[in-house]
Design a protein around this ligand. Structure first.
Ligand SMILES: [Zn+2]
Length: 505
């Protein structure tokens, strides 16, 4: 029976966030071994397993660890996860292939390029005769170490991300094709130094990234290429050679893969200005929203996006609401375990003064002292409704609704990913009745609130996931990149390529 090792470490990291991702971040999310891993029927791993079962092949579970985006992975946590994955791999009887679910923007204190380091270690263990296929988020930072040690890398094709299962299936089919002798994979990745926020990175038209995605898929079909994957690099890593671009997997023909990756990356460069967005201060946005009839008006505080690795603890928008719209019904999410504990200690129904905000990653602002009523308490457990974590349970930890007049603050203890409105629904917050809702992500709110929102204003506030990447202090990035330098002209893509290991039989 054909046996395929299945596992991975999946996390998106933020080098500007001050907090680390430790083992508890994975334990709260997903840390799967053995039967539990092999039985997964959702997400990337579920997609991989479904294809292996169709083939009557055996998925050999290694380790699968995933966590909500955060700061860097703590050194000893990465050491432990990597060590366990490798030792399970070393102790598995002979394997015919390896399938890994990775993000591509992971970074550990002791391995800045987490995925490159991990795949390199797996390659050293299994040698050149065992194919390694890995799936990535399209927000990956693809490095030469990752590209040369993997045989096939396939990225998600949707943002908002809705194709995790399908991408897992694509990954597993690539292993099937390699082992059947139908695929001799070669890869080329062309990058241009465009490091921009994901705010205009949706894959459905209109938008610059959607145009690149459509063109990539058109060429994939027309030229019968194995896969053409646009990559909008996660902009909050501070690494050399960052950039967006296109990764092409071809069957044997590296020259063709290279020229197509190159020409699509050139188109990416031409579209760079369209990735930028206009922003407002919280006060300007609230002022404009107040002029509109009804609500909800979304205040999009992207700089504090848990889904991009921020702590979620900002109160910049809340402060502005308290100053200029204290009588408007509003919902504001704030991650603050200390304030959540104070709410719990006070108890439901009690009026207290709470110190709130900027207590997880204090570098981006000052806490505020606010008086209000603890109206509800919750253990914070909820289930994701769709997206990459569809059906998976998650936990905000001890959480409270804290009412400052008509402004309801959802105080939670842990950062969680914003897919739809699961967290707000869990605490029974009334979305349609709100005049303002603070949302802390650059993309998913567009679908979550599409039917109810009156307007959405993109804010410019301090934080590690801002719309304007130019406001961050990168130290490892190459000196010239867009939008740091708006005058760069005629930039040619940098091309990397993989190693060919298998010949069609
Ligand atoms: Zn992503």
């Amino acid at each position: 029976m054909t046996r395929i090792g299945v596992g991975g470490i999946f996390i998106e990291c933020n080098h500007f966030a001050g907090h680390l991702a430790d083992l508890s971040a994975f334990e709260r999310s997903e840390l799967l071994y053995g039967e539990e891993l092999a039985a997964k029927n959702t997400g990337v791993i579920g997609g991989m397993v479904s294809v292996l079962e169709q083939e009557d092949w055996e998925p050999v579970p290694l380790l699968y660890a995933s966590a909500c985006p955060g700061g860097m992975v703590e050194a000893r946590t990465y050491e432990k996860l990597k060590g366990e994955l490798l030792s399970l791999l070393a102790n598995a009887d002979e394997l015919d292939g390896i399938l890994l679910c990775l993000h591509g923007a992971g970074s550990a204190q002791n391995a800045p390029d987490l995925e490159g380091d991990l795949v390199h270690a797996v390659r050293e263990l299994v040698g050149d005769s065992v194919p390694i296929v890995a799936t990535l988020d399209l927000h990956a930072h693809v490095t030469p170490e990752l590209l040369t040690n993997a045989d096939v890398l396939l990225a998600w094709e949707t943002y908002p991300h809705a194709d995790a299962f399908e991408t897992g299936q694509r990954g597993a089919r690539a292993i099937v094709d390699i082992l059947a002798g139908r695929l001799n994979p070669v890869m080329a990745m062309a990058k241009v130094p465009v490091v921009v926020s994901a705010i205009n990175g949706r894959t459905r038209l209109p938008g610059p990234f959607a145009e690149i995605m459509n063109e990539a898929k058109r060429i994939e079909r027309q030229r019968d290429l194995y896969s053409v994957n646009p990559i909008l690099v996660h902009p909050y890593l501070d690494q050399p050679d960052m950039g967006g671009g296109v990764m092409v997997v071809a069957n044997g023909n590296l020259a063709e893969a290279t020229s197509i990756a190159q020409s699509l990356a050139e188109q990416y460069w031409e579209k760079r200005f369209a990735f930028q967005a206009n922003t407002l201060s919280p006060r300007e946005a609230i002022g404009r929203g107040s002029q509109l009839e009804g609500g909800p008006v979304l205040l999009v505080e992207t700089a504090d996006c848990c889904g991009g690795g921020a702590a979620g603890d900002s109160v910049h928008s809340l402060r502005a609401l308290l100053e200029i719209a204290p009588d408007s019904p509003a919902i504001v999410p704030v991650v603050d375990p200390i304030a959540a504990q104070m709410a719990y200690d006070a108890g439901a129904g009690r009026r207290v003064i709470i110190r709130l905000g900027h207590q997880v990653d204090p570098q981006w602002g000052e806490p505020i002292n606010v008086e209000g009523v603890v109206s509800r308490l919750s253990d914070g457990r909820f289930t994701y409704q769709g997206g990459i974590w569809d059906g998976r349970s998650s936990c905000m930890g001890p959480s409270a609704v804290f009412e400052i007049g008509p402004i309801q603050v959802l105080i939670s203890s842990n950062a969680t990913y914003d897919w739809k409105t699961e967290q707000l629904d869990r605490l029974e917050l009334d979305i349609p009745k709100s005049k303002f809702i603070v949302v802390k992500n650059p993309m998913n709110y567009q679908q979550a609130y599409s039917k109810v929102m009156k307007a959405a204003f993109i804010l410019d506030t301090p934080g590690p996931t801002p719309v304007n990447t130019n406001s961050l202090t990168y130290t490892k990035m190459n000196s010239q990149w867009f939008p740091r330098d708006w005058t760069m002209m005629n930039t040619k893509p940098v091309v990397m390529s993989s190693t060919a290991r298998y010949s069609p039989s």
